[in-house]
Design a protein around this ligand. Structure first.
Ligand code: NAP
Length: 239
């Protein structure tokens, strides 16, 4: 029997991360969800989870060692956990700058650094980083968030070159969601939501499943010749 493929997904407790986990379970992966909150939305023999702060380098290293020892492989890594601390430039607190860069950028580095040796040993793997259209096009009040996501995109392109340079089939891509209905966006005023929908050629907010579908493609062999790319899933919002 072929060993079960393993996918590690961060920010798995809710929102886009939960949808990604559900999709990858449907695709046949054993899914390991990582989150600072408990991952308690389902019970499945093919889902395991660990509660940790992804900014804690020691905890990240310990969890990755545990996963690698237990499963002997990590085929897919989805760096999805992220936060926002929005403010206009002149009002942005240093603490809000630091926390967004720490979670959205540094934690992606910390986790991928620990997972890369297992993928290199296998000679294959797919790293999928959830960026944002704010990381390519910027947004008012989100300079910290845009910098973190822009950093993720640049870092991913570098890793795409670096991790494949000895012939390993390790692919690194980004998914850049547009305006997606999750807890992150649920408190926006109705007026803002309507304005964003009217600016979107496809005329609606994205769903978490729209993002999970893109991740499913990048996790599969159907995307075997795609690396270093940023796939915008935004209904055409940024064109
Ligand atoms: P969400 O609903 O806020 O979920 C994010 C999850 O990540 C939460 O469970 C959160 O835990 C966890 N998390 C935060 N900091 C963490 C840390 N230090 N260590 C471990 N886990 C941590 O977010 P989402 O809307 O699903 O967004 C997921 C990703 O998509 C993010 O990277 C986001 O930037 C990106 N994105 C979202 C949108 C959108 O419109 N929603 C658009 C573009 C990009 P707690 O909240 O319990 O602390």
């Amino acid at each position: 029997m072929k060993p079960e493929k393993v996918a590690v997904v961060t920010g798995a407790a809710r929102g886009i991360g939960q949808a990604i986990c559900e999709q990858l379970l449907e695709d046949g992966f054993h899914v390991v969800g990582l989150d600072i909150s408990s991952v308690d939305w389902t019970q499945s023999e093919r889902l395991s989870s660990y509660q940790l702060n992804l900014c804690d380098a020691k905890a990240v290293s310990e969890v990755v060692n545990t996963i690698a020892n237990q499963h002997g492989r990590i085929d897919v890594l989805v760096n999805n956990a992220g936060i926002t601390r929005d403010a206009l430039l002149q009002d942005m607190l240093e603490q809000d700058w630091d926390s967004v860069i720490d979670v959205n950028l540094k934690a992606v580095f910390l986790l991928t650094r620990c997972v890369a040796p297992t993928m290199l040993e296998q000679g294959a793997g797919s790293v999928i980083n959830i960026a944002s259209i704010v990381g390519t096009d910027g947004n008012i009040g989100q300079s910290n968030y845009g910098a973190s996501k822009g950093g993720v995109i640049a870092m991913s392109k570098g890793w795409a070159k670096e991790l494949a340079r000895k012939g390993d089939q390790i692919r690194v891509n980004c998914v850049a969601p547009g305006f997606i209905a999750t807890d992150m966006t649920k408190n926006l005023p109705e007026k803002v939501i309507q304005m964003m929908e009217s600016k979107t050629p496809l005329g609606r907010m994205g769903s978490v499943q729209d993002i999970a579908n893109g991740v499913s493609f990048l996790a599969s062999d159907k995307s075997a010749y795609i690396t270093g790319q940023v796939i915008k899933i935004d209904g055409g919002l940024v064109l």
